[in-house]
Design a protein around this ligand. Structure first.
Ligand code: GTP
Ligand code: MG
Length: 394
């Protein structure tokens, strides 16, 4: 076997980056490129953290700590500057380490170390993509507690547990996973609605900056605009879309307006949640023919904007599933806290227990769904064994 290296930190530039090195020549490579602080030579004892510098031809590349994670496994924690990370990766390659992605490297470690819990390895990968601190806690909880513990318990008691208890617990895990997914990976919220209802004003208010252009001219927003905001434990990507206008979307030809209409509709279909922003100071006919048919299927919340103006909107005209509306004034900030609470309720994350067993990868989701339909205890046991021990596929 040779030695492999990968950058394990997520996208973007963090203060610290972690480079993982794994393989039979890894200790030799570290000995050559690492100069420990102090007079003593470095001792690679598992669990020990070494402080020193990475050097090349006598010149320091960076001050680092090196975590000795196993006989052949090291985590080099350097500064997050991409130039430093690139220099160290180049140096490792010069010492014959093959450069891999984080996923590929973890798969190699998994293949070499028999009996490693697959969920623990998936957790290391998912950790890189987590958007919030509560999200990283959910993932960390699944390693030895939550999902792993539940799976081990199921296996241990498989002969005495009624099958329907296992299948209903699997159902509950699937339900909880929906909220967990939004906390871990973030949530896309599309602002849709008729032109001029205040969608861009709301995006700017929630994002805390003037990202989208606001004017009193209908059809100001054409291409979509996105911005990030954090609501409670959820990192939200807000997407402001062009005002929905049936006339434009069905007009002949290939106009910019038509394209932006199609895009608004597609964005609404793909979103985790849709805020249907309506103008409370105008009658309900603003809705006419403007709701794309399958917008109803999404998690959708009606937002009556411009509540600072005299009300003209009759909520009785709303379709049944859109009837529960939140009143706000995006321009003056009224009702925004209530709106945020409603968003969290719809996302299902209010009172979410970070310790609950959940799935955080599509592999786990697929297996837990199979388990919820298991036909016998034997079938259940084989699914659970796969959940815990199957090779990591990348
Ligand atoms: N009084 C009042 N005016 C508002 C409010 N929110 C937005 N407006 C005004 O309504 C007009 C349209 O606002 P936008 O945010 O551009 O509306 P939009 O829905 O993005 O419009 P399109 O991009 O054309 O679809 C602007 O003149 C805003 O200042 C509000 O809460 N109260
Ligand atoms: Mg707009």
């Amino acid at each position: 076997m040779s030695t492999f290296a990968a950058v394990m930190t997520g996208k973007g530039t963090g203060a610290i980056a972690t480079i993982q090195l794994f393989g039979d020549t890894a200790p030799g490579i570290i000995k050559e490129i690492f100069k420990p602080t102090g007079p003593k030579p470095a001792e690679f004892i598992t669990g020990k953290i070494l402080l020193g510098t990475i050097t090349q031809n006598g010149e320091t590349i960076d001050q680092v700590t090196i975590g000795c994670e196993g006989r052949n496994t090291f985590a080099i924690n350097c500064h997050g500057n991409p130039l430093i990370v690139a220099d160290i990766m180049q140096l490792l390659q010069n010492h014959s380490a093959a450069l891999l992605t984080g996923e590929e490297l973890l798969a190699k470690i998994h293949a070499a170390q028999k009996g490693v819990n697959t969920i623990a390895l998936e957790a290391r990968l998912a950790h890189l993509k987590a958007k919030t601190i509560p999200g990283t806690k959910i993932i960390a909880n699944q390693i030895s507690a939550s999902l792993s513990k539940k799976a081990n318990q199921w296996l241990r008691d498989i002969k005495t547990t009624p099958l329907d208890r296992i299948t209903s617990e699997a159902e509950r895990i699937l339900t909880n996973s929906q909220a967990a997914k939004l906390i871990i990976y973030g949530c896309t919220v599309v602002l849709a609605g008729p032109p001029n209802s205040g969608k861009s004003t709301l995006l700017n208010h929630l994002a805390g900056r003037q990202k989208a252009i606001v004017t009193d001219i209908e059809g100001t927003t054409r291409d979509w605009v996105s911005a990030r905001c954090q609501i409670g434990p959820v990192s939200i990507t807000l997407i402001d879309t062009a005002g929905l206008d049936e006339k434009l979307s069905t007009a002949p030809g290939d106009t910019i307006e038509k394209k932006s209409q199609q895009r608004s509709i597609q964005m609404s279909k793909d979103a985790d949640m849709v805020l249907l922003v309506l103008d409370n100071s105008r009658p309900a006919d603003q809705l006419e023919d403007r709701l794309p048919a399958n917008i109803h299927d999404r998690k959708i919340l009606t937002v009556l904007n411009k509540s600072d103006l005299p009300a003209e909107f009759d909520t009785g005209q709303l379709p049944e599933n859109l009837g529960s509306a939140v009143q706000i004034s995006a321009k003056f900030g009224a009702g925004i806290e209530n709106l945020k609470d409603k968003i969290l309720q719809i996302a299902g994350v209010v009172d979410f227990d970070l310790q609950s067993p959940v799935c955080f990868t599509s592999r786990q989701q697929h297996l837990i769904r199979q388990l919820s339909n298991a036909e016998s205890r034997q079938h259940a046991a084989s699914i659970i064994t796969e959940l815990l021990n199957a090779p990591l596929s990348v």
